[in-house]
Design a binder for this molecule. Sequence first.
Ligand code: CMC
Length: 428
Amino acid sequence: MGATTQLKYGDNSLTLPVRDGTIGPSVMDISKLYAQSGMFTYDPGFTSTASCESQITYIDGDEGTLLYRGYPIDQLAEHGDFLETCYLLLYGDLPTAAQKHDFDYRVTRHTMVHEQMARFFQGFRRDAHPMAVMVASVGALSAFYHDSTDISDPTQRMVASMRMIAKMPTLAAMAYKYTIGQPFIYPKNDLDYTSNFLRMCYAVPCEEYHVNPVLSRALDRIFILHADHEQNASTSTVRLAGSSGANPFACIAAGVACLWGPAHGGANEAALKMLSEIGTVENIPKFVARAKDKNDPFRLMGFGHRVYKNYDPRAKIMQHTCHEVLTEMGIKDDPLLDIAVELERIALHDEYFVEKKLYPNIDFYSGITLKAMGFPTDMFTVLFAVARTVGWIAQWKEMIEDPSQKIGRPRQLYTGAAPRDYIPMSKR
Ligand code: CMC
């Protein structure tokens, strides 16, 4: 028998098994709690709840550590490329040269989307938010690829995984092209994953397009930084949707929908809008005061994190990448960057932010970087979705392949009306 802990409630006590991870906090196993005590646990926002066992990503929020399959994020971002990270997240180990070559080949062969998808896009208004287009078009993939929706077949699961990773950039670029009224650009398979994506976004049929290697490398790094983040809101959404046996395309569409919110993936767009709203360095104190005012719902976008109570390790790399891109694009005096730097300086020293451990998160710098690359703000969350797809898929696969997996079905603390009799309308 392993370690246990005692839970005392009233005159009763229960012995609960304790499970230890490789690193990080241990967990009390409460799966039998209701059967043994008749009580549920109450944890809105899941701040103290481990919803699953996972071997993919580890975060130490106090230390500011992020590991994919044990490898520190900064090492992966510095030495590898995005598809190597995809392989690592999906298979658990870094690929050999032959495995990498084979993986790149397999992803590349799935980059085109069904030609009818182009007509599906025509149904959207031109001014639709590209995330609205993504939620719908990713969900629609399940209507086009029936041969990879049987989740009980490992081969179909793998084909669906490859398709998702390969087709997300194509759909994302189509969403962009559609909103600006330019023709869709087909993928070009002799380019690497990220260069291909940049080309699908920025090339036009009437001109040659040359990928800028500095921008391609920077965006590839941004993709690596966003690839997975353990059981965040959108990943938990994907797992919950998948727990009912829904097909992977539908599950990823659910993840895209969750990511859209400003407290999650929408924060990079919100952070940039906030910097524009602040307008000048002189206005910063006014906005900082608003962020600290309990009666004002305003928050500094790009600051704070549910898990990181230290500098977000991704934000450090992002800050460096941001400067590289601005230099490459010849942007010396970007007023938004000046505001960002000053805001960061103030927030890092302000008692309110220090005490609450509100550090800049990845979204703080990614917005400025993506803007400098030429992406409009409403595409930022779409790029996050492209990168996070591999994380969603790896976590979904892990869940499906876990023999103890069952449908996710939380319970509740009911505080509504007690039983009462129906009152006929004439007597209400
Ligand atoms: N500006 C001002 N005050 C803040 C902020 C902020 N950005 N974030 C948290 N606080 C305060 C909050 O008011 C609360 O104060 P008090 O204890 O006095 O009530 C305290 O800090 C704790 O906040 P919380 O809302 O309980 O913390 P949380 O873990 O539920 O929220 C968060 C985390 C990321 C949703 C939140 O910090 C936030 O809304 N940040 C701005 C949005 C943002 O940048 N999101 C991107 C997250 S990183 C990318 C991703 O994972 O998708």
